[in-house]
Design a protein around this ligand. Structure first.
Ligand SMILES: Nc1nc2c(ncn2[C@@H]2O[C@H](COP(=O)(O)OP(=O)(O)OP(=O)(O)O)[C@@H](O)[C@H]2O)c(=O)[nH]1
Ligand SMILES: [Mg+2]
Length: 284
């Protein structure tokens, strides 16, 4: 289509860079409308002062939430076509939802930047544009970080919650090739060109450990990863979906990854020993 046949505003809009927020949801009916409003409000505010403002779109990845989250999203789409819905048949975990969502966004929506974000207000949309700014300044990936100077976790968190978050992060750093202060957080921006280099099928994870597994694959690509301090807030409404199965998968993944170099070294030693034995046997 010749651009001259389009109204001026859409020619202008199609020339803008785009960012797609991949939003996994399971029973987030109480949060989703207000969160979508808050995301697009950030875009509106930013556009007032910045000529080359990113055009935002949202891809909600819903696992057929029994509370009707998907119906609310369908209603929202009537007033805002920048909202997309990927409806899956059953709950398969946060990682599985992100993998399906990112692959769909890359192939169907083709944004320049992709975001990960929780749909419960733990990740304040006010950081979307500062993260995009860091991407524009050269980062391949930006992590909204609770554990760098200036970042924070909710004051109300008890010792158990603080300890489990800290432990998960410390365990993750064992297997990462570079020091990352918040390796488990789920507020992230990625250049699309970086995610296209990742083999999502090779990640082999279903649950929350996806965050560590994807970060490991990205660091192995020698990507520039930066952390931006954020104030992490407690979810506004609804319940956490973290289950025992997610914690077990996390522990198994870290153990497997940490053991891998030892097993490779042991395997090399074993095959060298076998080779030496067969040389000795042929001599006599
Ligand atoms: N599609 C999909 N989304 C999920 C699944 N599990 C979690 N989510 C979503 O992923 C985001 C993070 O999940 P949360 O339950 O908030 O996990 P959390 O942040 O560790 O726990 P909170 O303390 O409650 O915030 C939320 O938007 C959830 O609705 C899942 O299996 N499928
Ligand atoms: Mg949450």
């Amino acid at each position: 289509m010749h651009t001259s046949s389009l109204p001026k505003s859409s020619v202008y809009a199609s020339a803008l860079p785009t960012a797609c927020i991949v939003l996994p949801t399971y029973n987030e009916a109480q949060n989703i409308t207000a969160l979508l409003d808050a995301i697009f409000n950030e875009e509106q505010q930013h556009r007032k002062f910045h000529f080359r403002c990113y055009r935002l779109m949202v891809l909600v990845v819903d696992d057929s939430s029994p509370d009707g989250t998907a119906d609310i999203v369908r209603g929202y789409q009537q007033k805002n076509p920048a909202v997309h819905l990927l409806l899956r048949t059953k709950k398969e975990g946060l990682g599985a939802a992100y993998i399906a969502g990112m692959l769909h966004a890359l192939s169907a929506l083709k944004p320049d930047v992709l975001f990960e974000m929780d749909a419960d207000f733990s990740h304040n949309p006010c950081y979307l544009f500062p993260m995009l700014h860091q991407i524009d300044a050269g980062a391949d990936m930006v992590i909204g970080s609770r554990y760098v100077i200036g970042g924070s976790i909710p004051e109300e968190w008890g010792i158990k919650r603080r300890l489990s978050s800290w432990t998960a992060n410390r365990l993750a750093t064992i297997i990462l090739p570079k020091r990352i202060y918040d390796a488990t957080g789920g507020y992230r921006a990625f250049r699309a060109s970086l995610l296209k280099r990742i083999d999502f099928n090779a990640l082999e994870v279903k649950g929350y450990v996806f965050q560590v597994s994807l970060l490991q694959a990205i660091l192995n690509e020698n990507a520039t990863v930066q952390e931006l301090p954020i104030s992490f807030e407690d979810r506004k409404a609804g319940k956490s979906k973290l289950r025992m199965a997610d914690i077990t998968e996390f522990a198994k993944f870290i153990a497997r990854q940490a053991m891998q170099p030892l097993l490779i070294r042991w395997g090399t030693k074993q095959s060298a020993r076998t080779a030496r034995r067969s040389i000795t046997a042929t001599k006599y």
